[in-house]
Design a protein around this ligand. Sequence first.
Ligand code: ADP
Length: 271
Amino acid sequence: PDGRTLEVRVISAGSKYTVVVTRDITESKRIDDFRRDFVANVSHELRTPLTVIKGFLELTEENSTLSQEDRLHLKMMSEQAERMSSLVDDLLTLSRLERDSAPAGRDPIDMLEVMTDAVAEGRMVSGGRHEIRIDKVACEWVLGDRKELRSAVTNLVTNAVRYTPEHGKVSLSWEVTDQGGVLSVSDNGIGIAPEDIPRVTERFYRVDKSRSRETGGTGLGLAIVKHVLFRHQAQLQIESEIGKGSTFKIVIPKVRLLDEEEELLGAPAGA
Ligand code: ADP
């Protein structure tokens, strides 16, 4: 009531007594809000100068009198400006997701469409060096936010490509099990050590910084996936073995699934 934020935790709930612990987290929430808003503001402010830099770089690259060496330097500058743009975009996406604590929307989403878009993006990153395919697709649709789910699945597919050597395989499936809807992205790439698995969804945590940078990663992809899933009451499960490959599973609860019949009943007349 006095504007303070309390964290309430039920330690044990018995038939007679319930033990509850409350903690005043006003200060840590204030610092967290400040950090999030600061990052969002800085990222936003960086956008305009970056657009200007990229524009002039492009213009300069068109100059036909440039030496070979100048061309190489310009190319390196463009690549770094592009990397910075991705970083700024990911930081903005992440702070937007963090700010929005409400559950994600409930638009009916065809998972085949989401997977097809993610595969197209994966093929672009791969440049034909991997086999990427969709193995199984259940009929169930998901009630969620299309843009967010597309970005989560695309992140998993592009990661699978980036951490799998040439000629490797990436496969996707969407199935309904007792747990709910399960979207899997499997690769036969480099894998992740058991001690790193719990940490890969942290912001900027990379098992191998130089490899991640080389392949164009921002270190924020899985942190974004984690937030998107949280807003959908969904979970991320990771199974991996070094040298063998990884499987990332998105588990969507049944309350967010829409089976075909309901979907037809809910469709507007004549659709
Ligand atoms: P990045 O931009 O560095 O890829 P992410 O948040 O997407 O950032 O991933 C964090 C780290 O998790 C990566 O740097 C990499 O070490 C590891 N990782 C993610 N996906 C895979 C995968 N499919 N195979 C092996 N390692 C992975």
